[in-house]
Design a protein around this ligand. Structure first.
Ligand code: 13P
Length: 339
């Protein structure tokens, strides 16, 4: 298959009505932090057992079209010896890989951060592809204060995201472009909207400059929210309207799919906000989820590292996947939490 048809086929499999992505690409330090909340040590075998639980959940493919894996997981095997990418594919779930190497302080720009990982990326893709990855993810992070992010951080991160996306497409890998405006802080929802709009404008300028084909990307944005320390949180309706307004101003309709990150919202909030957006009327793109914490918190708490809890944990994951699948169609209602 030529690269173009390959990208087309992958996007089509990833972006489907009523389905979203499972972000299970926590890096070593991040998964250790998550395991700590259930008092579990982060050993290679515990990480494998946990990803085995997630990926072998019966019926997950009904609501989840793709899974983002960490490099280590891409090379690990399920209990029956099948490599994880094959387990996912057999359940109709496209396997993908987080390829950025994390963030560092942006030099000469106090408080701003930049994501690393471009050097050698084209070569790394050869291996990832051989292991079964069909899409990739790169996360840029923006901190909000009265003066941050700086213009420099907005431009530098946009350029890195676009270079990553170009390298991915050249390798026949669909890039998930993830500019995450963080929830941390006491800023207003209006300030978040202002920053998100500036960030997305710059990202799409850079994608154009780097010749990235917009039909063959998936955008992973953050929702427009007040900071987590702001005295008053906004209503679901306000969040949905503010987020869609910014996206309509900045994201071309040629982008097939947008999948939100949850960013520290509770599972129920993340689901309700997504559903409210999909109820706002016809949107130019498929609007769905690519949640990490909002999908995994309930199963992680049910599991607690105990083999005897696997079934219950899988049911908890399937429940969140099903409710988010409904939200992706604008059909979620809080009363469904009780079913
Ligand atoms: P959260 O949904 O937990 O924010 O994670 C999504 C993700 O992939 C962050 O990079």
């Amino acid at each position: 298959m030529d690269t173009r048809s390959e990208l087309q086929a992958t996007v089509k499999a990833m972006v489907q009505p009523g389905k979203g992505l499972l972000a299970a690409d926590e890096s070593g330090p991040t998964i250790a932090k998550r395991f700590k909340t259930i008092g579990l040590e982060s050993t290679e075998e515990n990480r494998r057992a946990y990803r085995n639980l997630l990926l072998t959940t019966p019926g997950l493919g009904e609501f989840v079209s793709g899974v983002i894996l960490y490099q280590e997981t891409l090379g690990q095997k399920a209990d029956d010896g099948t490599p994880f990418p094959q387990v996912a594919a057999a359940n109709g779930i496209v396997p993908g890989i987080k390829v950025d190497l994390g963030k560092v302080p942006l030099a000469l720009a106090p408080g701003d951060e930049i994501t690393e990982g471009l050097d050698g990326l084209a070569k790394r893709f050869v291996d990832y592809k051989r292991q079964g990855a069909r899409f990739a993810k790169w996360r840029a992070v923006y901190n909000i204060t009265d003066s941050l992010p700086s213009r420099l951080a907005i431009e530098a991160n946009a350029d890195s995201l676009a270079r990553y996306a170009a390298i991915s497409q050249e390798a026949g890998i669909v890039p998930i472009v993830e500019p995450e405006v963080l929830m941390d802080g006491d800023h207003t929802i209006e300030r978040c909207a202002e920053v998100t709009e500036a960030v997305l404008h710059e990202v799409f300028h850079a994608l154009h400059r780097h010749r990235v084909v917009l039909e063959h990307i998936v955008l992973k944005p953050s929702m427009v929210l007040a900071g987590s320390e702001h005295q008053q949180q906004s209503s679901t309706a306000h969040i949905a309207a503010a987020t869609v307004r910014v996206l309509m101003r900045t994201v071309p309709s040629s982008v097939p799919g947008l999948v939100f990150l949850s960013g520290g919202q509770s599972p129920e909030e993340a689901t309700a906000n997504l559903s409210a957006m999909n109820r706002l009327g016809a949107l130019p793109w498929n609007l769905s989820f690519s949640y990490g914490r909002a999908l995994q918190e309930p199963p992680l708490n049910a599991w607690r590292g105990q083999p005897g809890n696997v079934k219950e944990a899988q049911q908890a994951l399937l429940k969140r996947a099903r409710l988010n699948g409904a939200a992706a169609l604008g059909k979620y209602d809080a009363s469904m939490e009780k079913d």
